[in-house]
Design a protein around this ligand. Sequence first.
Ligand code: PXP
Length: 245
Amino acid sequence: MSQFLRLGVNIDHVATLRNARGGVHPDPVEAAKLAVQAGANGITAHLREDRRHISDVDMERIKDEVDAPLNFEMAATDEMVAIATNVLPHACCLVPEKRQELTTEGGLMVAGAHNQLAPHIGRLQDEGIRVSLFVDPVAREIEAAREIGADIIELHAGPYTDAQGDARAAELTRLIDGAKLAKSLGLECHAGHGLNFETVEDVAAIQSIVELNIGHFLVGEAIFVGLEQSIRKMRHLMDAGRGSA
Ligand code: PXP
């Protein structure tokens, strides 16, 4: 029997919309609660260095008010580790962050960065927080994640979702191989970035991936059908892809 595939709903872009007017509406925490009602198994939010969407208070409120595991996305910095060890989320996903980028552009460079990353990972794990590293589906990076003691890797699905035709098939093969390697090394494997109704089923079919984190498309689609419907349809497609619908 296939392992259940969890859906982590990323609510960053509810906060993007709120921040466009600097007020309190729409509230990402209310969106997170609705996401859980619609079938999300966890909530993901990225506290960026420039606080362009999620705020420190949002993170605290999600942890306190939402009845689902919080996956706290963040850069590997002293500031973020201090905040995360105060909020105490279920997991932290370490991502690379560049101030000018529109969104996370590539996976974390784990190989060769042991000295920078290991102390942060250790501080989070000492507080009982599971640590996930967002990496490209590259063997060297996945092996480095294992060596540094990560609990989880999240495979960067962006190149797969951006590609078309044969190039997309090739990117899917990289995700399949990466997930297989992660599992063989004893790492829990997640995937995320850029997934939508068209691309989710093939990734859901990769049985060694146990969680997908999806945000921008779900929030965009919510404009047309509402957040609940948008999440329910994604859940249905995930189940169909997994072979468990
Ligand atoms: N996973 C990670 C590590 C991310 O950085 C993001 C984007 O914040 C996501 C998943 C969600 O990606 P999207 O918003 O494109 O669905």
